[in-house]
Design a protein around this ligand. Sequence first.
Ligand SMILES: C[S@@+](CC[C@H](N)C(=O)[O-])C[C@H]1O[C@@H](n2cnc3c(N)ncnc32)[C@H](O)[C@@H]1O
Length: 362
Amino acid sequence: MCNTAITMSQTASKENTGFDEWFVTAINGGFLMLMISIGHRTGLFDVLSEMDWTESKELAQKAGLNERYVREWLGAMATGGVVEVDESDHYRLPPEHAQFLTRNGEENLAAFAQYISMMGNVEDDILECFYKGGGVPYEKYPRFHQVMAEDSGMTVLDALKDDILPLVPGLSAKLEEGIKVLDVGCGRGKALIKMAELYPKSKFHGLDLSEEAIGWAKDEAADRNLGNVDFEIHDASDFDQTAEPKAFDFVTTFDAVHDQANPLAVLKGINQTLKPGGVYLMQDIHSTGHVHTNMDHPLGPMLYTISCMHCMSVSLAQGGDGLGAMWGREKAKELLSEAGFENIEIRRLDHDVQNDYYVMKK
Ligand SMILES: C[S@@+](CC[C@H](N)C(=O)[O-])C[C@H]1O[C@@H](n2cnc3c(N)ncnc32)[C@H](O)[C@@H]1O
């Protein structure tokens, strides 16, 4: 998530003086996010951003939605300060809000609101885990791969060419010439597809546990007539045993190590599959690994919650380590070293407050 979002979240939580006031702000924010998710999914923000002051009837008609529901949604949006309302109940989405809530805007923060409802969907399953342990499997999150792809579409895709790949000196030139690239835990494969388009002489391979995500990635690559990228359904839990030795020049993982069943096996496999001189780029959650030193983390509550209700739990459901999203730099460096990586460089990028970027040359 971008830095703009962080400024907004800090304002919401820290300007209040009393806990009761803080609670009212927080609970209103929580409910508002459910409605923002609906505004995103229905396209209401997109439609509203193209209209001048309007009534619920006209908006519902344009969006192809039920007026009674749209009217109630507008009530939440207006009292929550997202849209403006006048004395005759006409509404307007100010352009300075539209730029963060629409698909054509500068950055569509509304897409992140979908995580709230996704987590709400599994509350009963997570509750059971609080009593019995274990985890909640990926199948219980039917929209996960779609939302994740929208998320990384914003944090990874736009920054890939100019910010992320240049973290590895000389890499762009090698990609232009033609090298072999692997993305582990590629999800819907958007990062690889983008790289395959940018660098037609290189060959790209993606693997992921999810049939749904890999199916989507294959269809997308076919639709774009890309012959230099392929995808494979592969459980990386024993990647230390299955990884082809010295096969790739460059390996990436985007937010895909901490929620693995066996992160160490994945990292060992990556080390094994890199050619000598090859590079591994790992994007993973920025965290110190300790709650008391994460107190100033601008996304702390969000990330610990997503961890508890998804990242940690999906790993535990596979009988895995359940590292959790907030595993932190110390643990990451420990596992990377154990997997055989020696020079571990940790970088930050201005556009991405949520992640650290680890660069390891073999
Ligand atoms: C947080 S998502 C990141 C997806 C993608 N890299 C992105 O940035 O959009 C983590 C990914 O790891 C995959 N994954 C989890 N456990 C796995 C396993 N045992 N083997 C292979 N992939 C796994 C999930 O299916 C999911 O697509």
